[in-house]
Ligand binder design. Sequence first.
Ligand SMILES: [Zn+2]
Length: 75
Amino acid sequence: MIKYVCRHCGHHLGSIDQQAVDASRLGFDSLTLEERESIISYESNGDLVANVICEYCQEALEQNPELLLLSNLLQ
Ligand SMILES: [Zn+2]
């Protein structure tokens, strides 16, 4: 199972029911290793969690870029 979760508000964006998740098939291989590690995490049951940004937060960040700085400080 691949779960997409907003890294900022924790909103569950959706999930893909797929066995034997291969991160390279999801387009993540175009990211640097550092980016990948910050975006992808694994749960104890083997599910892959992709920490993305939801539309709401994307919009909020575009209008208020300082929110990104704030959320980074809070992490
Ligand atoms: Zn969000």
